[in-house]
Ligand binder design. Structure first.
Ligand SMILES: N[C@@H](CCC(=O)N[C@@H](CS)C(=O)NCC(=O)O)C(=O)O
Length: 70
């Protein structure tokens, strides 16, 4: 699974904590929020709301909203 992540995102931080507590690892895809990558077409294809984080499961399912991911 892949976590679309930004190190200064508090919402993404919560997801990283939950993954760590569960002993799960996820590939981390860096979304450069200072460069507004979250608003670009490539990321909006993942999350049309342009918010970080998003989690892509291995079967292609994408979950957005940190609490839903957790
Ligand atoms: N309710 C969302 C909030 C996510 C959110 O607001 N993320 C911020 C970063 S912490 C974001 O992506 N902001 C977009 C922006 O600043 O353009 C969640 O819990 O995932």
């Amino acid at each position: 699974m892949k976590l679309y992540d930004y190190f200064r995102s508090s919402a993404a931080f919560c997801v990283r904590m939950a993954l760590a507590l569960k002993g799960l690892t996820a590939e981390r895809e860096f979304v450069h929020m200072r460069r507004k990558d979250q608003l670009g077409a490539a990321y909006k294809a993942i999350n049309p709301m342009g918010l970080v984080p998003s989690l892509a499961d291995d079967d292609g399912t994408i979950v957005t909203q940190s609490l839903a991911i957790i």
